[in-house]
Design a protein around this ligand. Structure first.
Ligand SMILES: NC(=O)c1ccc[n+]([C@@H]2O[C@H](COP(=O)([O-])OP(=O)(O)OC[C@H]3O[C@@H](n4cnc5c(N)ncnc54)[C@H](OP(=O)(O)O)[C@@H]3O)[C@@H](O)[C@H]2O)c1
Length: 214
């Protein structure tokens, strides 16, 4: 499967390398693909292009850009190039304000999420929230004592897209907890605030969430 990764930051670079490791074809998209030369040298099979090139290339897409720039990045990608495709949305709507006692702020409110906004703006795309509530260093095949798989909370309106993403998560060493429709992003996006608190307050960045069931 061909994956188009929209973004050039640490999340985009990590996930793009992870997809290559698992045998996918990958193109990363940026407004300035030239700044990804170091990544390209380390990942020679990976391709680089514009947001539009990467969206055209991918049969499924990853969106990993600054939350407040997500709509703009998708406009640059081209709505026709998103149509019918699963779009893994790793973005968080983090405000620019500094953390308060380790707690970041979102610019969204409890009754609306970034992913719902994206789904409204680009109705033909099949957004699935994933990878937003763990640090980039633990996104691909994280290792925990006893081989325990951490839980990735996902949501989205399209069942087939969520199956595609669950298959990817399985390969990337995660168990999937499907929280339902796009509205569940109102709960999943704020998990990034919780995840970051041990980091900002105790410099602990290696944890991941696990849902226990009985
Ligand atoms: N860092 C983490 O460990 C982590 C973990 C989970 C989730 N997340 C979330 O994942 C997303 C990516 O995080 P990141 O740290 O890798 O990168 P980032 O620094 O948050 O974002 C960089 C990306 O945003 C794009 N961007 C910025 N302004 C733009 C604009 N005006 N128009 C279009 N694109 C614009 C950049 O595009 P260009 O390439 O064109 O410059 C670049 O690809 C964020 O939403 C973040 O909250 C991060």
């Amino acid at each position: 499967m061909k994956i188009g990764v929209l973004g050039s930051g640490v999340v985009a670079q990590t996930l793009a390398a992870g997809f290559l490791k698992h045998g996918y074809q990958v193109m990363m998209g940026s407004r300035e693909p030239a700044k990804l030369t170091v990544w390209k040298n380390a990942n020679p099979q990976g391709q680089l292009g514009s947001f539009s090139d990467a969206a055209t290339f991918g049969e499924a897409l990853v969106l990993a850009v600054k939350g407040s720039a997500a709509v703009e990045a998708l406009r640059l990608a081209g709505s026709a190039n998103l149509a019918g495709k699963a779009v893994i949305d790793a973005c968080n709507p983090i405000a620019d304000a500094p953390p308060d006692h380790g707690v970041l702020r979102l610019y969204t409110t409890s009754g609306q999420s970034l992913m719902e906004e994206l789904q409204r703006e680009f109705p033909e795309a099949r957004f699935v929230k994933a990878f937003n509530s763990v640090g980039s260093a633990r996104m691909v095949n994280p290792q925990y004592p006893g081989g325990i798989r951490p839980t990735m909370f996902i949501c989205g309106n399209d069942g087939a897209a969520k199956t595609t993403v669950a298959d990817i998560l399985e390969k990337f060493g995660w168990e999937t907890a499907d929280m339902g429709s796009a509205e569940a992003a109102r709960a999943i996006e704020p998990l990034c605030l919780l995840w970051c608190i041990p980091g900002f307050t105790r410099n602990e960045w290696t944890h991941a969430f696990k849902l226990l069931r009985q």
